[in-house]
Each structure stands twice: as structure tokens, then as C-alpha cells.
Write a protein that binds this ligand. Structure first.
Ligand code: PRX
Length: 657
């Protein structure tokens, strides 16, 4: 029987290990309940206290929460601060300049240690270079970089001068990069010659050149290139500049730009239920406060920790828990360029042992694939490595099935490291529903309870609370400081997507379904309720993939759905109608491959459909609406038990099944 079968165990509660509870800042459920009660008693006072305690403000705030433009909430708006100052200078000023900020391990295993003082100098030089290139407060800079010290430096340097960064994941195609550069109105792009992953080089600069040549990018005056491999790149004189040339010429001190707490720190694109990704806009003060506070609460992290989050800086997890959170609390972190399976599937365990990692935060998909590989090759099994420095494990991005949870707990955490299942989103800025390691009894498969101050609830379609035990829609009832502030350039979409009228216009709609346990009130996330898929913890809009498919000259119509998958959570299944005849046999295989690669080029390899089925038509109602629920059943290979009386063309089900 497979160890990843989610039906293996009955849920079982794990109490905090005494060693964890003794060490934890929040120890015992009474301490957790006291914080929840504090937030309920004096909501704004609670948040103001945390914001004062976690951050150093240049000008203290007097306004805590301004709801006058709801749902465009403003937090700490008259306070000023700088995110980079809070992540770097204050630790150096406190005498911790020699503390290691980043342990960088390259794809080939080369290790570089960077202290807080050295990182501050690098960030200052690059910030000065951006200023010399005319980048000012409020300008947007797109960062298309691999996992690297330089990627983090670029983000922090933007924060230092008040420029708003928008990081685009290095796996996105030139077209996706172009759309994001245009939408955000970038005036500079930071990239690198080539990215190294799993021993292979990927030509990021070439892809960036293609993106810039696609049109709409005239505002981009500087393309700053980090030399990673020395591979050959095309050069556009006057526009393209080597990062090392620019920074060499600059001073290693740079006065930070003090910005208002509401100043946009970054914009990060994510998928929604339309074909166009949304630019999720985050603030400086509220975002940074929660990144720091959740490091302390959810991970119970201290300066002495060696924290390792395996996410990429191209996703929100890499913003909150690599580029900002660990540094906001002055901890040491591991940053990894490569992939978990190269040169073999023991890489994560070897690195935990080598760098003496204490807190390890990763994705369920990675765990599930490493379980499979460890089962087939004992040499890469975590039991073979010294993981004794670990004290806490975390997961993010998708539900973790109890069997994978238990394996992680037993074989990586050796039964004494809590597994912290963190539910949150690009839009929430930081953890929302997650256990507190020294307090919350853990139940595999549940992200347990909302963090103090987070008013999460499960409601029905009209916005009314549903009783525990009954599934419903996950919402947050009150604004919180790290929430998104807007959809860049599209306030209407912000309001409609996140504060819909159907729910009364005041509840934040997460887009997930959830159910609370009848006895404990614990939350279990039941998956997206919109047309968003979750493949390996990455968010993909079905409409985006459909738009990419129909842009191919062969395609007349396409519908995309998700199918549950043991390793990646979900996979993409596409139903396609071609303009010509319905292909069969080898022709169908060839065209399916062609279309898969096409989607890879249009969006990025992560969006490639796992399976493509061809039909002469799609199942539709008489009014022409595609019946997606039928497609979901067909993709899953289930028998159709739904009512198909409104289906215009029932014969199509045999063809697509
Ligand atoms: O469906 C939920 C799922 O991932 C979505 C958010 O995706 P994204 O904005 O890309 O951020 C991922 C990293 C925070 C959510 O709407 N999700 C995230 N964490 C969990 C989860 N589903 C279940 N359990 C989780 N712990």
C-alpha cells in the first residue's frame, strides 16, 4: 500500500512536546487564548501593540486602522518606516553585524555565508546604483531572478529606496514576464545571465530580452544583469548593465527612504478566476509587522535559529519567509538555489545536517515526492542523515494529507518536532490559520486554529455563519494589517473578488472552502471554490490556461479542469476541440505534445496540462454553457452520476471519457 494514501489514518491529536512548550514564547493553550481574548477585547489596540513591538518606526503612528474607505483599509498610515532598515540596519546597530544572515547553497553545492553587516553593504550599494539609474520612490522594478543572494539584495534594495518591487518567478515564460512588466509599469528590470537548477542552465536574460521585445516595455530604461554563470548573452548597449559594474562604483552606505506605512512594498501577481493574473499589492508597515510576528508565533523563531524555507522568491512564501520575515527578526536562514532531487533526493536532508537547520518549512508536494523516492532508495531516506538539530517543521501551499504529515513527523522530525500546517495566501501576506507550536495540539490534516487577531470563519453563500461540522466558505471577518491593499490598477476587481456583495460586502472572501471540527473548532481546508487549481502548491487559473490554448491556431475551444493527484495535489487536464477534425492515434499524441509545449511557452512549464483529450465538442447546456462539473468527473475517470438532463449533447461524454 502506498504511504501517501490519505485514507490510512484516523486523525489523532499530538500534544506539544514538553521540550517545545518549555522553549516557546507562547506556551500552553491558556497563553494562546489570552492573546485571542486581547484581540477580541481591543482589536486595534492589540495590533498597535504588535506593530510597536516588532518594528522600529521612524515616526510613530497615531492612526491604527482607518476604515473610512473600506474595503480599502489603511493601517498605521501616519507612521513612517523603512523595511530594509528594519531587516538590516537595526541588527547591525544592535551589535549583531557579524551574525550570519544568509547561508547560501548553490546548485553545485558551493556555500557562501553573508553576515548582516555584509548584506547591508550589498543592499546599500545596489540601492545607490538604482538611484543613480534614476529609480525613485514609487517606481516599479521587476525582478526576474533565480534563488540567489543577489535576488534578495535586489528586493531589499528596492525597499530601501521606496521603489515597489514585483518579482516574477524564474519559471515563467517571456510572455508572462512581458504581461507583468507592462501591467505594473516597470522602469527597470533585474535579471541574471542564466539560472542553474539541477545541473541545467536556463537562459533568463534571453527570456527577458524576448519579453522586452514583445512591446509595451518602452518605459524600461535599465536592465540590470547579475552574472551567475558567465554564459553568453545578447547585450543592448545603454540599457543593459552588469550588476557588479554598477555596484562597484557605488558607496556601501545608503540613507533609507522613510515611507508611510501604507506605501506599496511590493506587487506580486497571482492567478484568479479570469484569464488575467492580478497584481496583489502589499503595504510596508502591516506586511512587515506580520511577517516578523508570525516568524515568532508560528515558527517560534529566535535569532539563534537556522531557518530554512524552501520556497522561491517568486512566490509569496519567498517574500514573507525569505526576503523579509527571517531578517526582520535577525535570524540566520538557508537560501537554496537548486532542486530537492539533484544530485539525488537526499539533498534536503543532507543540507539540514550540513547547515544545522533548526526550522524547516516546505511544501506537501515536495514531501510526498521525497517519500516515494526514499521508499525506493534507502540511500536518500532521511533516516540516514543526522537531523538532530531540527526542532520544528512547517508546511504550506496545499493541504497535507495525514499520511505525509505522519511520515514528515516521524522520519524528519523524529517525533519531537511539531509539524506546523500553515494556511494562508498571496493576498493575506502571512500565516492566518496555523498552530502555535508551544500551545496548539496538532491534528494531521488540519491547519488548526486562526492566529490571534485573525477573525476567520466559515459561512454559507449569504455570509451567515454555518455550524461546526458543516462545510462552507472560508472568510475573514475583520481587516488585518498584512492583507492586500488593492489589485494593482484595478480597484474594482479588488472589491468584487475579495469583498463580494453576495456576502454583504464586508467579509474577506478567501476563495477556499473549509469545515470546522464539531468538537475542537479546528479548520480543515477543503480546496478552492473558484476556478483556481493548485498544482504542486502553485496557483493556476483554469481561464489562463484556456486562453493560452485557444491562442493556438489549431484550437477552436478549450476547457481546463483539475484532477486530484497523489504527488502534486492536482494536475491540469484540458479538453480541446480543434478547428479541423478530431485527431486520433499518433496524430492526437503529436498535437497534444505540441499544445503542451505551447502552454509552456505562453505561461510557463508549471501550467502544462498533464493530459489533453480531444472532442468534437464540449459538454454544454442548451444555452451554450460548458458543464465543468461533468468535465471534472470525466477527468477523474468517475462514473457520471450528476443530472445531465440539461446537457445538449450527451453523446459527447463517451467521446471525452
Ligand atoms: O487553496 C489554498 C492553498 O493555496 C492557496 C493560496 O495560494 P497562494 O496564494 O499561491 O499562496 C500559497 C502560499 C501561501 C489557498 O487559497 N493553501 C495554502 N496553504 C494551504 C492551502 N490549502 C490547504 N492547507 C494549507 N496549509
Amino acid at each position: 500500500m502506498s504511504t501517501t494514501d490519505s485514507t490510512l489514518e484516523e486523525p489523532q491529536a499530538f500534544l506539544p512536546h514538553p521540550s517545545v512548550a518549555a522553549y516557546a514564547e507562547i506556551s500552553g493553550m491558556d497563553a494562546y487564548r489570552a492573546l485571542v481574548a486581547e484581540a477580541e477585547r481591543d482589536y486595534t489596540g492589540f495590533w498597535a501593540r504588535l506593530a510597536r513591538e516588532t518594528l522600529q518606526w521612524k515616526t510613530p503612528f497615531s492612526s491604527i486602522l482607518d476604515e473610512s474607505r473600506a474595503p480599502f483599509y489603511e493601517w498605521f498610515k501616519d507612521g513612517t518606516l523603512n523595511a530594509s532598515y528594519n531587516c538590516l540596519d537595526r541588527h547591525v546597530e544592535a551589535g549583531n553585524g557579524d551574525h550570519v544572515a544568509v547561508i547560501f547553497e548553490a546548485d553545485d553545492g558551493t556555500v557562501t555565508h553573508v553576515t548582516y553587516r555584509a548584506l547591508l553593504e550589498k543592499v546599500s550599494r545596489f540601492a545607490n546604483a538604482l538611484r543613480t539609474r534614476g529609480v525613485k520612490k514609487g517606481d516599479r522594478v521587476v525582478i526576474y531572478m533565480p534563488m540567489s543572494i543577489e535576488g534578495i539584495v535586489a528586493m531589499q534594495a528596492c525597499a530601501r529606496i521606496g521603489a515597489t518591487h514585483s518579482v516574477v518567478f524564474g519559471g515563467f515564460s517571456s510572455k508572462s514576464l512581458n504581461e507583468r512588466i507592462v501591467n505594473v509599469g516597470a522602469i527597470a528590470l533585474v535579471t541574471c545571465d542564466e539560472q542553474m537548477r539541477g545541473g541545467k542552465a536556463l537562459p533568463l536574460k534571453n527570456i527577458a530580452d524576448e519579453a522586452l521585445a514583445m512591446g509595451g516595455c518602452d518605459a524600461v530604461k535599465s536592465v540590470i544583469v547579475y552574472r551567475r554563470t558567465g554564459g553568453k548573452v545578447a547585450w543592448h548597449e545603454g540599457r543593459d548593465l552588469w550588476m557588479h559594474d554598477l555596484t562597484q562604483a557605488e558607496a556601501d552606505v545608503c540613507e533609507p527612504e522613510w515611507v508611510g506605512a501604507e506605501h506599496p512594498l511590493f506587487i506580486l501577481y497571482t492567478s484568479g478566476s479570469t484569464g488575467v493574473p492580478k497584481g496583489v499589492q502589499h503595504s510596508t508597515g502591516g506586511f512587515l509587522m506580520w511577517a516578523a510576528q508570525t516568524m515568532k508565533w508560528t515558527f517560534d523563531a529566535k535569532r539563534s535559529d537556522v531557518f530554512w524555507c524552501t520556497a522561491d522568491i517568486g512566490w509569496i512564501t519567498g517574500h514573507s519567509y525569505i526576503a523579509y520575515g527571517p531578517m526582520a527578526i535577525g535570524a540566520t536562514q538557508v537560501v537554496f538555489e537548486g532542486v530537492p532531487t539533484w544530485p539525488n533526493a537526499g539533498r534536503f536532508w543532507e543540507m539540514i545536517a550540513k547547515h544545522r537547520v533548526t526550522v524547516f518549512y516546505t511544501a506537501p508536494t515536495a514531501i510526498r515526492s521525497l517519500i516515494k523516492l526514499a521508499d525506493s532508495d534507502p540511500k536518500v531516506h532521511p533516516d540516514r542523515f543526522d537531523l538532530s538539530t531540527l526542532r520544528l517543521l512547517g508546511t504550506v501551499g496545499e493541504p497535507i494529507n495525514p499520511a505525509a504529515w505522519t511520515w514528515f513527523y516521524e522520519h524528519v522530525g523524529h517525533g519531537h518536532c511539531p509539524v506546523i500546517d500553515t494556511w494562508w495566501q498571496t493576498e493575506t501576506g502571512g500565516h492566518m490559520i496555523a498552530p502555535m507550536p508551544g500551545a496548539t495540539p496538532l491534528v494531521p490534516g488540519s491547519c488548526t486554529l486562526p492566529l490571534p487577531g485573525i477573525m476567520a470563519a466559515v459561512v454559507d453563500e449569504t455570509g451567515r455563519d454555518v455550524p461546526n461540522g458543516q462545510g462552507g466558505i472560508l472568510v475573514v471577518k475583520r481587516p488585518w494589517p498584512s492583507m492586500l491593499r488593492n489589485v494593482w490598477g484595478d480597484p474594482d476587481r479588488y472589491t468584487k473578488s475579495y469583498f463580494p456583495e453576495e456576502l454583504g460586502g464586508k467579509l474577506y472572501l478567501a476563495g477556499d472552502g473549509a469545515v470546522r471540527d464539531e468538537d475542537t473548532g479546528y479548520f480543515t481546508i477543503t480546496g478552492r471554490i473558484d476556478d483556481v487549481l493548485n498544482v504542486s502548491g502553485h496557483r493556476l487559473g483554469t481561464m489562463e490556461i484556456e486562453s493560452a490554448l485557444v491562442a493556438n491556431p489549431l484550437v477552436a475551444e478549450a476547457a481546463v479542469v483539475g484532477r486530484a493527484d497523489e504527488t502534486t495535489g492536482e494536475v491540469v487536464v484540458a479538453f480541446v476541440v480543434l478547428k479541423g477534425e478530431r485527431p486520433t492515434g499518433d496524430v492526437a499524441i503529436r498535437i497534444a505534445n505540441e499544445l503542451r509545449n505551447w502552454v509552456g511557452k505562453e505561461i510557463g512549464p508549471i501550467a502544462k496540462p498533464k493530459e489533453i483529450r480531444f472532442g468534437e465538442n464540449l459538454p454544454k447546456t442548451r444555452s451554450g454553457k460548458i458543464m465543468r462539473r461533468l468535465l471534472r468527473s470525466l477527468a477523474a475517470g468517475e462514473e457520471i452520476t450528476q443530472d445531465i438532463s440539461t446537457l445538449e449533447n450527451p453523446a459527447i461524454l463517451d467521446q471525452l471519457g
